[in-house]
Ligand binder design. Structure first.
Ligand code: FAD
Length: 244
């Protein structure tokens, strides 16, 4: 029999952790389903929280009772107000967290939260009846039912890794390879059963005649730059691994 929840959250990155905690803390029976339970709230690169780009977001999450700020308070190794020599509009608090501890501490918080179950699995499709979602199914054929599914697949959604000359479909480096974007392939009218035949997003979700979006518009347009003395240099992956 299918396990029934009020809410299923797919993906335990920053967004998924907040969504699952918010739902469970409101009393909804919640399942947080993610690819690897040992990589909950994993930060891909520089483990910084806040700063000019995202500081306002962290504070908004904090104001709404979210966990990111609290988890950072428990695990930061350095915290700094940036741009103190400039005007108040550009100042921003930024913390550097202990990357592994941040993940473990968030996992601990999730595990201690009432109404919240954690499970490991790669969600491969949505179960849909009529125009309503009824659950999810994983790559191993496990199905879970819920009237609400929150997708927070984040940086994995149709992600690609460019490394030197090679380029391949993947989520985060060192994790699952292959195209995780099949997540958005609804099985319309299907009974919520793991035995339901699968359809890909191309066959069921795309409107007829719609052209596929170029995978890397930036890459394409740079390659298409006119040649000649004033032409832009050939595109290369950025030398710095991250610039946030
Ligand atoms: C290379 C890189 C470097 C970055 N560096 C920084 C930085 O230094 N500072 C900064 O602030 N931001 C940085 N970012 C951005 C930051 O990582 C994202 O903004 C943030 O991780 C987004 O959080 P999220 O919860 O939306 O998604 P993610 O953190 O990507 O989490 C997605 C979660 O969904 C799970 N998932 C995906 N597909 C499925 C599926 N089919 N089934 C089950 N689970 C699934 C994954 O396992 C993961 O747990 C960087 C991003 C990248 C790619």
């Amino acid at each position: 029999m299918l396990k029934q929840y009020d809410v299923i959250v797919v993906g335990a990155g920053h967004a998924g952790c907040e969504a699952a905690l918010a739902a469970a803390r409101l009393g909804a029976s919640t399942l947080l389903l993610t690819m690897n339970l040992d990589l909950i709230a994993q930060m891909p690169c520089n483990p910084s929280v806040g700063g000019p780009g995202k500081g306002h977001l962290v504070r908004e999450i904090d104001a709404l009772g979210g966990e990111m700020g609290r988890n950072t308070d428990r695990t930061f190794v350095q915290v700094r107000m940036l741009n103190l020599s400039r005007g108040p509009a550009v100042r921003a608090l930024r913390a550097q967290a202990d990357k592994r501890l941040y993940s473990l501490t968030m996992k601990h918080t999730l595990e201690q939260t009432e109404h919240l179950d954690l499970a490991q699995g790669q969600v491969e499709g949505l179960l849909v009846r009529g125009d309503r979602v009824t659950g999810v199914v994983t790559a191993l054929g496990q199905a879970f039912a819920a009237p609400a599914v929150v997708l927070t697949a984040g940086t994995f959604l149709n992600g690609r890794i460019l490394s030197g000359e090679s380029s391949f479909a993947a989520g985060r480096s060192g994790e699952v390879r292959g195209p995780p974007h099949r997540l958005l392939s609804p099985r319309r009218g299907a009974a919520p059963s793991p035995r339901t035949p699968r359809r890909s997003g191309c066959t069921s979700a795309s409107p007829p005649g719609r052209r596929a979006r170029p995978r890397h518009p930036g890459l394409r347009s740079r390659r298409a730059a006119p040649s000649g003395p004033a032409a832009a240099p050939p595109w290369r992956p950025p030398g710095r691994s991250c610039g946030r």
